[in-house]
Design a protein. Structure first.
Lengths: 784, 370
């Protein structure tokens, strides 16, 4: 490492930062005062430079620069450069304004970088996290992970001078890069561009420069300007040997549309605690640190953690949790001791979280289960700030897009409510419906679906129509601007919103399938692809048979029958259907007691059989597995008779069981309290097959004749239910079979009753009871 | 402490030497390095060295002894240093007792002050009792008093381990209340100075409780308040658990004089099966119903060990999936009949789909069918 990089007397001073680090932001402020640069160059989208003044309007942070493109294949992509009060980049911009220095962004426009692999959070720090150097250093310093490492080295010590910070971060990032091996071609292209920008500024100005970039790039830029070897040992082959291959493989095709604008952002978005695109966690915590350590803040004093702890405890008490003064003392002692053990100059983020975990939580902390105490503190550490753009900011692109879409489709809202009926079989009207559904998902006020064909229940699908009401409400504009968080165009924003909704679902396959239906209603292709992964995960997590079977029903509809929404026969939905089918089978086998959900149960098992019959061949579903599971269920003595009947009915329909087997099962469930349920299940699944086998009626008849009155009356209600699955004509044929077998005709057996069947049954019951009483007292006539 | 084995030959005879004996050399080195470091009163090592002793440190030649997250251990050590009782909870077989032994060995240099909680644990076994011959002859005094672990821990300033505390009746658990808050043990029989025993610095309590026994004797809120609770999770990382199971079965087999090791692919099958049946989640994210039986790492080790013994003595010394399956059934199917269905389900839907050595494991399912 060349030592000049640490020297702040050089003409170009490189400030290595971690994005969203308050310590780095403070160092930037101090360095600007020390260096007095003529220009401050910041890692950020250079295509925003001409509108950089917009950043100095009185916005409420956090906000983000949003860059978006449309590619030749029609795909849209967008990326965020978020700024909050304690961003080093933001500190650089503000300091530039205060010292009359020129402020400029020097990174390649995102539009020229975007591929489907490029992270869309441009201030994340994956390149720092993933280096093999990190675990070794963590081990050495006795810290748990990269975030704790960074806090230990940079954030915690309030006495760390800007020079010390500069040295530490330069060293850390240099080592990360030197031991990380291959550097992405995309990063090298960006660095080449940034180095050119620095050279250009050097030529244009006489003064000194402050270059604020991610620490990962600092030394590489310095090396480029000085013609020194870069930190990484392994030279990527593409840069030297095959520049064409580089351009061809990694540079994306020129987008057909691009734009860049400011949008509001939120701490919830910033606190992406997990994943590849994570940045610093807990924005609320670091925000508080920033405020407390800000030299100009007159109210400061006292420790950050005490204030946070006080707020946490207040929140907990409001939520009805017990947190006494003694508890508070325990937490504080514990937090201080942890900080001391870990060598922290102040009680820090994890010290407090750990202290609360240790001292307040008296329950088992199962893996992946959330605890209210931890939730409270994590929510507080996340912070609830949402950005608001100042007046006079160029409106976010989404607002323009929504206006254009509404105009194009004749859907502009007026103060007077109007109503609109759409027939989805007409292409133009379907397009209008899609726009309306997109607005609905984004919760833009004023667009309400009042009625229409129910694609969820699918009762009557002869014509598919919808009824909407449209009206302008005062919340309309704010709603459009607020939704700009999600993207630049209506379709893109709706897709992002859908992804957000799907991330929120926990273990419900049915909700997931409904979201897919929403995506189809909105006419979105792209999000369907993105949703599918999430849906597969949700379906695998869901352990409710009914939910999964309901999802199966929705998916079957989308895959097999729905031509209007263009989802029929889509391979990806087919794949999902296979997954759901397997999952539903799996859950059927472990089905426990299902009190009072008889109809759902039949519907669910029917969905399985229907799916197999409709798509078994097309999707090569495993017939053997289906039959095996059904067989195991129908043969299981411990299973409820309804399930046994239904699974047997399924087997019968699939021709995997014959009449003899049905009879055998019938006899296994011959007890009066079971027979009706078994038959309900059987007929519910195999109505048509049962029709073709009148002999079955004879078996049932035999069984019934063996019952005494009491048993018969006990079985009667469920039997009546079982036979409701047949139409009157079918019932007629069944009765006919029976009568023929007994050599009787309709007229002499089925007397016309003057009362209804319910009354007749009651009379029968009374008579049976009366005879029983007579018998009990030994009175003659008791034996009928 | 004179009866404790100290020399190497003595250690060799002992079935299971205490941690402070087994790792005496490491402890001595750490203590020497800590000579001038400030320590909590009554501690043998500084908190950081305790951490290092448990987690291991390559550069100082300290062997790793416990697999778990650093912050969990930091919380445990801090609880003990700030004079809160430490309560380790978790599923059976998650090495709670082992961790408490390591902590006691590192902090007090003595892990033998153990109270075993059970339905029959009495106050005598916790605090003190009397030598009745001496009591009659001399009255209540130091000679006639027979100190139990708690008394000794308080008078010697050492950590006391209370195993399975929730198995004790509530009134026995609650005798700890005043001791934990006031750090005083009253001995009302004595009339001399010994009437009140003040705990020396260094005394504290590590209790363990297993979550399967929850509800047997739920702790009182008052007692809970005096403890910091830490949940010891099952090992989250499959590869770490695999290493541990491989290492431990090898150690147990060699100690039993069996010259076999569990093949790596079988260890993988074993640990993966345990992992999935325990968490109720397969490697590719499908949920399943987890077994009622305890599927701990310790249990996995004993399954591997039993498979080895079986293969060596009955089946000419080659461990196969069948041995594994048979031992697995013994450990997974204890008293809950529905576990058999769950296990069968697991085989039919998860194991069936897999390739390689899993095929032979699937074929071995016939032991499950009867």
């Amino acid at each position: 490492m060349h030592s000049d990089i640490f020297d702040i007397k050089q003409r170009v001073v490189f400030v290595p930062v971690r994005h969203h680090s308050p310590a780095c932001a403070r160092a930037v402020q101090q360095l600007v005062r020390m260096v007095r640069p003529a220009a401050i160059l910041i890692e950020g989208p250079s295509d925003f430079n001409e509108r950089i003044d917009e950043l100095f309007l009185p916005h409420t942070l956090p906000i983000a620069i949003y860059s978006y493109i449309r590619q030749q294949d029609g795909a849209r992509r967008g990326a965020f450069y978020p700024f909050c009060a304690y961003s080093p980049e933001w500190a650089g911009l503000q300091s530039a304004r205060e010292t009359d220095a020129q402020a400029r962004f020097i990174d390649l426009p995102w539009a020229t970088l975007a591929t489907d692999r490029t992270p869309t959070h441009r201030y994340a720090d994956a390149e720092l996290r993933t280096s093999p150097y990190i675990p070794t250093l963590c081990q050495k310093l006795g810290v748990e992970n990269f975030d704790a490492l960074w806090d230990t080295l940079v954030e915690i010590d309030p006495a760390l001078s800007p020079q010390q910070l500069l040295e530490r971060v330069h060293h850390l990032c240099y080592q990360i890069r030197a031991s990380g091996g291959h550097v992405a071609a995309e990063d090298l292209r960006r660095e080449a561009f940034m180095a050119d920008e620095i050279r250009r500024t050097l030529a244009e100005t006489k003064g000194r420069l402050l270059v604020i970039t991610g620490g990962f790039h600092s030394y590489a830029l310095f090396a480029r300007l000085r013609q020194l070897p870069p930190p990484e040992i392994e030279q990527p082959a593409i840069e030297t040997a095959q520049p064409e291959a580089d351009a061809a493989s990694d540079a994306p095709a020129e987008p057909i549309e691009r734009g860049i604008a400011l949008t509001p952002y939120s701490y919830a978005q910033l606190d992406n605690l997990t994943g590849y695109e994570a940045g610093m966690p807990s924005p609320g915590f670091y925000h508080q640190v920033w405020i407390e350590r800000d030299g100009s803040n007159r109210d400061r004093g006292g420790d950050v953690y005490r204030k946070l702890l006080a707020t946490t405890v207040t929140d907990l008490r409001k939520a009805g949790q017990i947190a006494s003064t003694a508890d508070l003392i325990a937490v504080e002692t514990c937090a201080q001791a942890l900080a001391a053990l870990r060598g922290h100059a102040e009680v820090w983020r994890l010290d407090l979280i750990d202290a609360i975990t240790g001292a307040l939580i008296k329950d088992e902390l199962a893996d992946g289960v959330r605890h209210p105490f931890l939730d409270a503190i994590l929510t507080l550490f996340r912070g609830s700030q949402r950005g608001v753009l100042a007046e006079g900011t160029t409106l976010p692109p989404l607002v323009h897009d929504i206006r254009r879409m509404l105009e194009d489709h004749g859907l502009e809202p007026a103060p007077r409510e109007r109503s609109l009926r759409l027939d989805l079989s007409v292409a133009e009207e379907r397009a209008r419906s899609q726009v309306l559904h997109q607005l609905r998902v984004l919760e833009i006020p004023g667009f309400v679906r009042r009625g229409g064909s129910d694609l969820v229940a699918r009762d009557d699908l002869t014509t598919i129509w919808e009824q909407w009401s449209i009206a302008w409400t005062p919340g309309f504009d704010a709603g459009c601007i607020g939704a700009a968080i999600y993207g630049a165009t209506l379709a893109e924003a709706a897709a992002a919103r859908l992804a957000e909704l799907s991330a929120r679902i926990e273990r419900s396959a049915e909700h997931a399938a409904l979201l897919l239906l929403d995506a189809c209603l909105m006419g979105l292709d792209q999000p369907v692809a993105a949703l599918l992964d999430r849906l597969v995960a949700l379906i695998r997590e869901d352990s409710d048979f009914f939910g999964v079977a309901a999802a199966l029903g929705h998916l079957l509809y989308l895959y097999r029958y729905d031509d209007l929404l263009g989802s029929a026969g889509r391979g990806d939905i087919g794949g999902l259907l296979v997954e759901t089918f397997g999952r539903a089978l799996w859950l059927l086998e472990t089905l426990g007691q299902t009190q009072g959900r008889d109809q759902d149960l039949l519907k669910s098992i029917r969905a399985l059989i229907q799916t197999f019959e409709a798509c078994g061949a097309a999707l090569s579903l495993d017939r053997e597995n289906l039959v095996e599971v059904l067989r195991r269920s129908s043969g299981d003595d411990a299973q409820q008779p309804l399930v046994r009947g239904a699974t047997m009915g399924g087997l019968w329909t699939l021709r995997a069981a014959d009449l003899a087997q049905v009879r055998a099962d019938l006899h296994a469930c011959a007890a009066p309290e079971q027979l009706g349920d078994f038959l309900t299940g059987l007929f519910g699944l195999a109505r048509e097959t049962a029709q073709r086998h009148p002999d079955l009626v004879m078996s049932i008849d035999e069984l019934l004749m063996s019952y005494d009155d009491e048993a018969y009356l006990q079985a009667l209600p469920a039997l009546r239910l079982a036979f409701t699955f047949f139409t009157p004509r079918e019932k007629h044929y069944l009765a006919r079979t029976l009568l023929d077998a007994h050599d009787q005709t309709e007229t002499n057996v089925l007397a016309d009753l003057e009362v209804d069947t319910v009354t007749a049954t009651r009379a029968l019951a009374l008579e049976s009871w009366l005879l029983g009483e007579l018998r009990r007292y030994g009175i003659r006539g008791g034996a009928r | 402490m004179s009866h404790r084995p100290t020399t190497t030959t003595q250690i060799a005879d002992v079935q299971r030497p205490a941690a402070e004996v087994l790792y005496a050399e490491e402890l001595a080195r750490l203590a020497a390095a800590d000579a001038n470091t400030p320590k909590p009163a009554g501690w043998q090592l500084a908190p950081r060295s305790v951490l290092m002793f448990v987690l291991g440190d390559e550069s100082r030649r300290i062997s790793p002894k416990f697999v778990g997250s650093r912050s969990l251990l930091e919380r445990c050590i801090v609880a003990l240093a700030t004079n809160r009782g430490l309560m380790l909870i978790g599923e059976p077989g998650t090495a709670k007792s082992y961790l408490s032994e390591l902590l006691a060995a590192a902090i007090s240099g003595d892990s033998t002050l153990i109270i075993q909680g059970s339905a029959g644990t009495t106050e005598d076994a916790i605090k003190y009792s009397w030598n009745y011959a001496l009591l009659l002859a001399e009255g209540p005094n130091d000679r006639s008093l027979v100190p139990a672990p708690l008394h000794r821990g308080m008078s010697e300033g050492k950590l006391v381990r209370f195993e399975e505390i929730t198995r004790c009746p509530l009134e026995i658990q609650d005798t700890l209340l005043s001791i934990l808050s006031d750090r005083v043990l009253a001995i009302p029989e004595r009339e001399d100075d010994g009437r009140v025993l003040y705990a020396r610095t260094g005394f504290n309590l590590i209790a363990t409780a297993n979550t399967r026994d929850r509800g047997v004797n739920e702790m009182s809120a008052a007692l809970k308040r005096r403890f910091n609770f830490e949940t010891i999770p099952a090992i989250a990382s499959l590869s770490q658990e695999m290493d541990l199971v491989q290492r431990e079965t090898a150690r147990m087999l060699s100690r039993a004089g069996v010259p076999l090791t569990l093949p790596v692919e079988l260890t993988e099958v074993l640990v993966t099966t345990f992992h999935e049946l325990r968490s109720g989640k397969t490697g590719d994210g499908k949920t399943l119903e987890s077994l009622t039986a305890v599927m701990s790492t310790a249990e996995a080790v004993s399954v591997g060990y039993a498979a080895g013994i079986h293969a060596y003595y009955y089946d000419n010394g080659k461990i196969t999936s069948e041995h594994l399956m048979q031992s697995l059934l013994g450990s997974a199917l204890k008293d809950a009949p529905e576990d058999r269905d769950k296990l069968r389900h697991y085989f039919n839907h998860v194991v069936k789909e897999r390739r390689g050595v899993w095929r032979s494991f699937y074929d071995a399912r016939r032991f499950l069918l009867d």
